[in-house]
Design a protein around this ligand. Structure first.
Ligand code: AP5
Length: 207
C-alpha cells in the first residue's frame, strides 16, 4: 500500500509497542517524533536542549521544531512510499503541515481510558540497546536483560498527568479532524498486546 499511516492515541496507549508489528506488516519505516527528540537530547544538540525542557515538563515541543524534523526526515529515500508516524501529528497545525508533505491513508487511533494510562506508563521499562518496550507487569522483559533496562525520565506519575492534559487539550481534537476526512480507524486499546495488534491489522488490511 502506498501512503503513510498515523498511529494516534494518548501517552502510553501502546503506539510504540504496536509500531514494530505494523512495520513488519507494511514494510513502512517507523517515524517516531518522541524517539527523534530523545536522540537529540542524548546528543546534546541545541534542538535537544530546547526540547528537553518541554519533554521533562510533559508539554508539547513547539510545532515549528517538530515540523522541521519531519520535513527533513521525509526527504530520506526510505520514506518515498510512505511511513508509519508514531506520535505525530499532535496538533492541528502539525496535521495541516503534514498534508503538504505526505499522503496520509489511515489514522489508527488506539483508545485507552486515562485511568489505565498512568499504570502503563509508570511501569514501562525500555531496553536501551534494542529500543524494545516492556512493562513490569503486562509485558515483562526476559530475565537476562532485566538489569540493563531503563525508565524514561518523563515516566513519572506527575509528568504523565501533564502529558494527559496536553493530549486532551491539543491532540485529541485531531480525531474529529481526521474522522471528517474519512481517515480515522478506532481500535480498543484495552485488550492484550496481541489482541490490539489483531484489531489494528483488521482495520488497515484492506486500505
Ligand atoms: P512520545 O515518546 O511520543 O510519548 P507519548 O506519546 O507520550 O507516548 P509514549 O511513548 O509514552 O506511549 P506509547 O503510546 O508509545 O506506549 P508504549 O507502546 O510505550 O513523546 C514524548 C514527549 O516528546 C512528549 O511528551 C512531547 O514533549 C514530545 N513530543 C513527541 N512528539 C511530539 C510532537 N509530535 N509534538 C510535540 N511534542 C512531541 O506502551 C506504554 C506501556 O504500556 C509499555 O510499558 C507497554 O509495555 C505497555 N503496554 C502497551 N500495550 C499494552 C496493552 N495492550 N496492555 C497492557 N500494557 C500495554
Amino acid at each position: 500500500m502506498s501512503g503513510s499511516i498515523v498511529l494516534f492515541g494518548p501517552p502510553g496507549a501502546g503506539k510504540g509497542t504496536q509500531a514494530g508489528r505494523i512495520v513488519k506488516m507494511t514494510g513502512k519505516p517507523q517515524v517516531s517524533t518522541g524517539d527523534m527528540l530523545r536522540a537529540a537530547v542524548s546528543d546534546g544538540s541545541d534542538l535537544g536542549k530546547e526540547a528537553k525542557e518541554y519533554m521533562d515538563a510533559g508539554l508539547l515541543v513547539p510545532d515549528s521544531v517538530i515540523i522541521g524534523l519531519i520535513v527533513e526526515r521525509l526527504k530520506r529515500t526510505d520514506a518515498s512510499s510512505g511511513v508509519l508516524f508514531d506520535g505525530f501529528p499532535r496538533t492541528i497545525p502539525q496535521a495541516e503541515a503534514l498534508e503538504s508533505v505526505a499522503n496520509v491513508i489511515a489514522v489508527v487511533s488506539i483508545e485507552v481510558p486515562d485511568d489505565a494510562i498512568v499504570d502503563r506508563i509508570v511501569g514501562r521499562r525500555m531496553d536501551p540497546e534494542t529500543g524494545d518496550i516492556y512493562h513490569v507487569e503486562y509485558n515483562p522483559a526476559p530475565l537476562e536483560i532485566e538489569k540493563r533496562l531503563i525508565q524514561r525520565k518523563d515516566d513519572t506519575e506527575e509528568t504523565v498527568r501533564s502529558r494527559l492534559l496536553a493530549y486532551h487539550k491539543q491532540t485529541a481534537p485531531l480525531a474529529d479532524w481526521y474522522s471528517e476526512k474519512g481517515l480515522l480507524f478506532s481500535v480498543d486499546g484495552n485488550g492484550t498486546i496481541d489482541e490490539v495488534a489483531e484489531s489494528i491489522r483488521d482495520s488497515i488490511v484492506g486500505i
